[in-house]
Ligand binder design. Structure first.
Ligand code: FES
Length: 135
């Protein structure tokens, strides 16, 4: 196997990293992580724990549950589609990943800002009593 110089190797790596840095939302990119097995029918949060206009991250399920409008609950995988860090609770309708700054819409999971390129996986949920249930 031919040897390549350190400078040449770093140059190639720089091009690769630069290319990735330019990629943002809307391109192909990583697939969103799908629903966890066995989660259907589970109560993932209490409605009272999800503020209107905000949300909460449920660590047990790695899900973020949001309530963009009163009585309208949404749930997404909290696993960032960039490299898998957990996104934080929403602020001003945006879920931000603390690792590299990707941003996702708290009402749709859509990627708003890279380096992630794919939306967060969506869980269909409904309100049953005071519990938010995955359907
Ligand atoms: S892991 Fe989320 S932005 Fe990189």
């Amino acid at each position: 196997m031919p040897e390549i110089g350190r400078r040449k190797a770093l140059g190639v790596a720089g091009v690769a990293v630069g290319g990735l840095a330019l990629a943002g939302c809307g391109g192909g990119g990583a697939a969103a992580e799908g629903p966890a097995p066995g989660i259907k029918g589970q109560v993932i949060a209490k409605a009272a724990d999800v503020p209107v206009g905000g949300g909460t991250v449920v660590q047990k399920w790695k899900i973020v549950v949001t309530q963009p409008k009163e009585g309208e609950f949404k749930a997404f995988s909290a696993v960032c589609t960039h490299k898998g860090c957990a996104v934080g609770s929403p602020k001003d309708g945006v879920l931000t990943c603390p690792c590299h700054g990707s941003e996702f819409d708290a009402g749709s999971g859509k990627c708003l800002k890279g380096p992630a390129t794919a939306p967060l996986a969506v869980y269909q949920v409904k309100l049953e009593g005071d519990g938010i249930v995955v359907v």
